[in-house]
Design a protein around this ligand. Structure first.
Ligand SMILES: [Zn+2]
Length: 68
């Protein structure tokens, strides 16, 4: 059994790996462009806590992406 230092958290919607946004203390699902906030230092990985990223935030994450 391998021990890993980094625990990969998965999106409760799509089960893709989440990326940690250290600046805003939240987890990002890049697959769905959703953000999950940290609540008291604990990731709130519940579908009802998911926040849709704004187009501006999406651009920050993905550099230049042509918007819809
Ligand atoms: Zn997702």
């Amino acid at each position: 059994m391998k021990s890993s230092v980094i625990t990969m958290l998965a999106c409760p919607h799509c089960h893709q790996a989440l990326r940690f946004d250290a600046e805003q203390q939240r987890f990002i699902c890049q697959n769905e462009q959703l953000a999950y906030p940290m609540v008291k230092g604990i990731p709130a990985l519940l579908p009802e806590n998911a926040i849709s990223l704004t187009p501006t935030e999406q651009n920050l994450n993905n550099h230049k992406v042509e918007g819809v």
